[in-house]
Design a protein around this ligand. Structure first.
Ligand SMILES: [Zn+2]
Length: 288
């Protein structure tokens, strides 16, 4: 059973029927979508992504943070490859909820919330959490630009409800994963992109915070980085994700599922661990 726990629903790049065709071709059983929080992003050059990986692993986080702050200096936009792309303060949960309701066998969804822009965020959670297939909460303090303490009441509620949280951490107080894991020890925390922007600075806390997990999605990573992540975090903390439709492309420019599945398939782990990474562990974490 292969579950992609981190893909974006972006029909302007890949319509639902194209997604299903790709899932069938790649053997992906289920996708957990992230509702759209931005206009479609242009392609990020691989050289830039590689530079970011090298800088972060070398501990040059302040440099990467300064570049990042430059890309979001105009509120409501992010600059990618010289293009200004709109960021939505309120992600579009409704269209994914409708899609999941139509196709519950193949799709589920994260409820994407923004506590910095939504004074009634607990009500918004209530609104969506009863919809079928809305299995947890997605947060993006990095691009929505908020400090984690703004989410404490929301995270307390997720912990109480047993809802996992997929979070793309930001820098500094926007990414204080230690405080988050300590405050909410029963909350399942999934750090997007192998712990970006911390990587090994996050992995080394795996033993201390049994509730901390990572997904292996996105072109932010490389095969080498994925191997290092699994070695440090342990296979049972690592979850397959793609970041589709962003990242790796077939000749026609559409998302290529083979790349990250290839990295995972070539990991030096047991077949039980491999099954766990590919979906069994995620199914356990989201069983309620
Ligand atoms: Zn993503």
């Amino acid at each position: 059973m292969i579950i992609d726990c981190h893909a974006h629903f972006e029909p302007r790049m890949l319509a639902a029927d194209q997604v299903i065709a790709k899932m069938d071709a790649a053997g992906v059983d289920r996708i957990v979508f992230i509702p759209a929080m931005n206009d479609p992003l242009p392609h990020t050059p691989e050289l830039l992504l590689k530079a970011v990986r090298v800088l972060l692993r070398a501990g040059a986080r302040p440099v990467v943070e300064a570049v990042h702050r430059h890309t979001i200096r105009d509120p409501g936009f992010v600059e990618v490859s010289g293009e200004k792309v709109a960021i939505y303060p309120q992600p579009d949960n409704a269209s994914v909820a409708a899609l999941v309701a139509e196709n519950p066998e193949r799709f589920a969804s994260w409820i994407f919330l923004n506590p910095a822009h939504d004074p009634d965020v607990l009500d918004t959670l209530e609104r969506w959490r009863h919809e079928p297939g809305m299995i947890g909460v997605k947060l993006h303090p990095h691009w929505h630009d908020w400090e984690l303490e703004r989410a404490w009441p929301l995270l307390a509620r997720c912990e109480e409800l047993g809802l996992p949280v997929l979070i793309h951490f930001g820098f500094g107080p926007r990414g204080d994963f230690r405080e988050m894991c300590e405050r909410f020890p029963r909350l399942t925390v999934i750090s997007a992109h192998a712990g970006f922007p911390f990587f090994q600075a996050l992995w080394k806390h795996a033993d201390r915070y049994p509730n901390l997990h990572v997904d292996l999605s996105s072109p932010y990573l490389s095969e080498r980085l994925v191997r290092a992540t699994v070695a440090r975090m342990g296979a049972h903390r690592c979850l397959y994700g793609s970041d589709a439709p962003y990242g790796f492309h077939e000749d026609d420019g559409s998302y290529d599922y083979r790349e990250i599945l290839g990295w995972v398939g070539r990991l030096n782990v047991s077949s039980t661990e491999l099954d766990g990474i590919l979906g069994a562990r995620f199914a356990e974490l989201t069983a309620r």
